[in-house]
Design a binder for this molecule. Structure first.
Ligand code: HEM
Length: 526
């Protein structure tokens, strides 16, 4: 009897699970509807492939590598996931009214009852949110907010001035993150985080990064989401502090009149509590967190990368400095308007940075909307997508696709400028194809609402910094922070590339720079 029980035990706990695993693996490799697509064997069998990459913050590098390794523009990234690497696929996926965010986003929802605008899967729910939240980010709304943003940029510049007086090396990543956080705190609920000048709220970035990383891992490998409570326990004190801060921010703002200042709350206030006709009160929480995460970290990543590339490319630096210093008469003149718009090289530098080091490293998964009743097959770049499949285009891979961006690992803002003289038909077609492949803010009905704000924040910060300062990479070892390391074979071997770590948005460190105030112009910062 004892003997029989042992056999039963082994059969129940080892033989049956192992046989099921082998059967499932065999099915996914040889019989699954995606069996003919190339991809790493582990990716065909389990989402643990993507999960492991997400844990190590390198999904963007791995997808790029997989496209090269298999020599194919479409690769299996998970048992039921395909990634594509062509602009045609991008259009068929994201600019298609029949698609919605993939199930992967369900794993990113902090509370299933109230998903945020970013991870709402139901199209009607998303449309309602976008209608109201979009009001805070229109060009008109941004004009009302610009003076507040500008004051924060002034603080950033004053901090640089202080560092330069103390001959300090400046790590731009934390500086740009603090700038981004302080701006987004004011834009969302008129709240002064003051991370640029005070220590007390600087823990926010750490909490945001760890939350972003966890979300990214759950999206890649939803199987481990139940461990959330364990992870939360590990970071409990800071997480609790974060929750208290966001609650305090919302409560404080709601206790003031809606017109006390111009922020997200002022445009939402009339619609909050109107439920289906507006927004549920409970929705303020996830939207506040989304705003802080999406609005602060992305722009900070783009700005840090832009500082890195400018410091590493002296010819571009000189050309951009000349453009800024000849367009404006003083630092105070640098604000939105005709003059800033005329700085074409500045815009080219920002776009080239977003191409080379896209701030959103996430794979934005899509599937066919479950409510789609067309009965038509979904075709992506000539491939019929089987029901239940999630598909995506990783920005990092597409923006380094040599067919559209020749010499793709060289930071070359010139590629975005209109070439002088007449272009041949072939040249015009190549330029059109390049533009068609470049959507760093996503496209279609889920495109970034903060795009105008991101360009304004990046333009003001870079233009004003170049107006008041000269800067260069710090000498010696500190100057290497942020760069790839020659000889590395894991995709981090390019010394001229700013290194991104995929945690949904990009995590980053550096560059370390030294700043020198330009003669006679810094008086108006003091
Ligand atoms: C360089 C800066 C930025 C980049 C590259 C960027 C990029 C993106 C991308 C790629 C998405 C789609 C993400 C997905 O499909 O999962 C997105 C969505 C979004 N972004 Fe940004 N973003 C930036 C800055 C901002 C800023 C400053 C805000 C302002 C708060 C913002 C607000 C949003 C919102 C609300 C969404 C969700 C839109 C929707 O689903 O309808 N972003 N962004």
């Amino acid at each position: 009897m004892g003997h029989l029980s042992t056999a039963t035990f082994y059969i129940a706990y080892f033989v049956i699970p192992l046989a099921s695993l082998l059967f499932l693996s065999g099915y996914r490799i040889f019989l699954h509807s995606l069996r003919d697509y190339p991809g790493p064997t582990l990716a065909k069998i389990t989402n643990a492939y993507a999960g492991w990459l997400a844990i190590r913050k390198k999904q963007h590098l791995a997808s790029y590598h997989d496209f090269q390794r298999f020599g194919s523009p479409v690769v299996r990234h998970g048992p039921a996931q395909l990634v594509f690497n062509t602009p045609k696929a991008f259009h068929d996926i994201y600019m298609n009214p029949r698609t919605t965010k993939g199930q992967a986003y369900r794993a990113s929802q902090l509370a299933a009852k109230y998903p945020s605008i970013l991870n709402a899967i139901d199209k009607d729910q998303h449309r309602r949110k976008r209608k109201f939240i979009g009001l805070a980010l229109t060009e008109r709304s941004l004009r009302s907010f610009e003076s507040t943003m500008s004051m924060q940029v002034d603080i950033f510049l004053r901090q640089l001035l202080r560092s330069s007086e103390q001959r300090e090396i400046v790590n731009l990543s934390p500086r740009c993150q603090r700038l981004g956080l302080d701006i987004i705190g004011l834009l969302s609920f008129g709240y002064h985080f003051n991370t640029q000048t005070e220590e007390s709220h600087r823990f926010l970035q750490e909490v945001i990064d760890s939350m972003s990383w966890r979300i990214n891992v759950y999206m890649a490998f939803p199987f481990i989401k139940p461990l959330e409570s364990v992870f939360m326990l590990c970071g409990a004190p800071k997480l609790l502090k974060f929750h208290r801060l966001v609650t305090d921010m919302i409560k404080k703002r709601m206790s003031e009149g809606k017109d006390a200042r111009h922020d997200l709350y002022s445009v939402l206030a009339d619609h909050v509590g109107k439920n289906q006709e507006g927004l549920y009160k409970g929705e303020l929480w996830p939207e506040a967190i989304l705003f802080i995460m999406a609005g602060g970290s992305t722009t900070a990543a783009a700005l840090s990368a832009a500082f890195f590339y400018l410091a590493h490319n002296p010819k571009v630096y000189d050309k951009l400095a000349t453009e800024i210093r000849s367009t404006f008469k003083s630092g105070r003149d640098i604000h939105s308007g005709e003059d800033l718009r005329s700085c074409k090289y500045l815009r080219a530098c920002i776009d080239e940075t977003l191409r080379m080091s896209p701030a959103a490293t996430v794979i934005s998964w899509r599937h066919i909307d479950p409510k789609d009743a067309s009965g038509e097959p979904w075709i992506v770049d000539g491939h019929v997508i089987p029901p239940g499949t999630q598909v995506g285009v990783p920005f990092y891979s597409l923006f380094h696709n040599e067919e559209y961006f020749p010499d793709s690992f060289t930071w070359k803002p010139e590629r975005w400028l209109d070439p002088p003289g007449n272009q041949s038909e072939e040249e015009s077609a190549a330029r059109a194809a390049m533009h068609n492949a470049f959507h760093p803010f996503q496209a279609g009905d889920r495109s970034c609402l903060g795009k105008p704000m991101a360009y304004l924040e990046a333009s003001l910060t870079l233009a004003r910094t170049l107006w008041y300062f000269d800067f260069e990479t710090a000498p010696g070892v500190p100057g290497l922070v942020g760069a790839g390391t020659e000889g590395k074979t894991d995709g981090r071997g390019r010394p001229n590339e700013f290194q991104l770590y995929d945690i949904f948005v990009a995590e980053h460190d550096g560059p370390n720079l030294v700043f020198k105030p330009r003669a006679g112009v810094c008086k108006d910062l003091e």
